[in-house]
Write a protein that binds this ligand. Structure first.
Ligand code: SAH
Ligand code: SF4
Ligand code: F3S
Length: 442
């Protein structure tokens, strides 16, 4: 009987992409995908960005083993992949007897052979290699068929922000070759993807010889069938004039920019080693808006970085007000072992962090609602991505990445429709169907 597998993924969109590719690799090696805990092999694709990542993992592993015991099944083979695997390595095997394999984010193309080795009796497998030959060349072709798809073009980070584990878990910045990216994008478009989101920890640091990120966007947008291109996450330091121009000139490039700032205070930005100040960031926003006035801008903030004063925090609030974000994520600073900021003695209390987080989230919520309310009355295209809660209700994305609810019995996933935006809330809008532009192709 063929063995079955299930993958559970945590963390960022890159992990979502990695999980898809692992799934495709395991399917190509003859395993069958199953949605649940009863699978013979369970892959936990982990994230290490904020607190309790490792605790959550051990809890999950314990739960899997206990459930198998209760149901009288043999314990599934458990593989831990992703950023906790890279950060904790063999420690994971020591901490729990229930994990069989630990595989880092740059080695997961070897998962099929490692699982075979495990089945043949090899124990305590740990593969944290960051090979010079990129994993992508060893992965099978994309099989995914969906209206919207992720495509990793760049991985790793050389920025070393003082709070962040990513440079340690994902390794140095590396770009995939243009030809490989275009081949994958064509494959995804053949599978019915109308929208492609280019991913990277610093996606706009992507380069291949003389080609920079702007050219990459242009080339992907030119692929027949690709109607929408998005990208995430950008670093302010890697923004180029060509990238800004892309927003002026490429109709397929959606009017949306996620540009994390982390803090509005120059003092904190410097302590964070962000390599830019407030004025530099605001000037970039101005340049983007000059070429694309309707651009939806989103961001990430950290509150309670060590040494952050009330005045520093007020600078974050004022920056958020000034930019008028369409949406933003904000997080309490979480000390990560091995990062410079975790060593500092001026850590802030949980109470202060929680208070500041609440205030910033209120400010961002108000700004998101205002952005959505300003959209009411606009006519735009919406790519239908999933069913809503009620009958005949569908949810899709506007060009500005807003969730739009459309009610119509005729629609299906993958339709591109034209709607009028008629009502707005903080997290979604309501759209009135005008026409169905193209029917689902996948
Ligand atoms: N490469 C991206 C973001 C990667 S992590 C960038 O440079 O913007 C995603 C977000 O998690 C970060 O933008 C940051 O806001 C948050 N984050 C990272 N490390 C954190 C930490 N130690 N504590 C709290 N939030 C953190
Ligand atoms: Fe982390 Fe900074 Fe790199 Fe982003 S740029 S991944 S926040 S170190
Ligand atoms: Fe988490 Fe790793 Fe992504 S730490 S945010 S899964 S790069």
């Amino acid at each position: 009987m063929t063995r079955s597998f299930a993958i559970k993924s945590f963390g960022c969109q890159m992990n979502v992409y990695d999980a898809e590719r692992m799934g495709e690799a395991l399917a190509a090696s003859g395993l069958s995908e199953s949605g649940d805990d009863k699978a013979d092999i369970i892959v936990l694709n982990t994230c290490h960005i904020r607190e309790k990542a490792a605790e959550k993992l051990y809890h999950e592993v314990g739960r899997i083993a206990a459930r198998a015991r209760e149901e009288g099944r043999p314990k599934p083979v458990v593989a831990v992949t992703g950023c906790v695997a890279q950060a904790e390595g063999a420690e994971i095997l020591k901490r729990t007897g229930s994990v069989d394999l630990v595989v880092g984010p740059q080695a997961y193309h070897r998962l099929p052979e490692l699982l075979e080795a495990q089945a043949a009796g090899v124990r305590d497998i740990v593969d944290l290699d960051m090979p010079a030959v990129p994993k992508f060349e060893h992965l099978p072709e994309r099989r995914r068929r969906a209206p919207s798809a992720f495509l990793t073009v760049q991985e790793g980070c050389d920025k070393f922000c003082a709070f962040c584990v990513v440079p340690y878990t994902r390794g140095a910045e590396a770009s995939r070759p243009l030809s490989a990216i275009l081949a994958e994008a064509e494959k995804l478009a053949d599978g019915g993807a109308l929208e492609i989101t280019l991913l990277g920890q610093n996606v706009n640091a992507w380069a291949d010889g003389a080609s920079g990120f702007g050219e990459l966007v242009r080339a992907v947008a030119a692929i027949p069938g690709v109607e929408r291109v998005r990208y995430t996450t950008s670093h302010p330091r890697d923004v180029t004039p060509e990238m800004i121009r892309a927003h002026a000139e490429i109709p397929e490039l959606m009017p949306y920019l996620h540009l994390p700032v982390q803090s509005g205070s120059d003092r904190v930005l410097q302590a964070m080693n962000r390599k830019h100040d407030r004025a530099f960031y605001l000037d970039l926003i101005r340049q983007f808006r000059d070429v694309r006035p309707d651009l939806a801008i989103t961001s990430d903030f950290i509150v309670g970085f060590p040494g952050e004063t009330d005045a520093d925090f007020e600078d974050s609030i004022s920056l958020a007000h000034g930019v008028g974000y369409a949406q933003a994520f904000s997080f309490k600073y979480s000390p990560r072992i091995g990062t410079p900021a975790a060593e500092r003695e001026d850590q802030l209390s949980e109470e202060v962090k929680s208070e500041r987080l609440q205030r910033l989230q209120d400010a961002i919520g108000a700004s998101a609602l205002a952005f959505n309310q300003r959209s009411v009355g606009l006519v735009c295209e919406v790519l239908i991505e999933r069913r809503g809660r009620r009958a005949d209700q569908w949810i899709g994305k506007s060009p500005w990445l807003q969730s739009v609810v459309v009610t119509d019995p005729q629609l299906t996933m993958g339709d591109m429709v034209q709607v009028e935006l008629v009502a707005a809330g903080p997290n979604s809008l309501e759209g009135r169907l005008l026409t169905r532009k193209t029917a689902a192709q996948w």
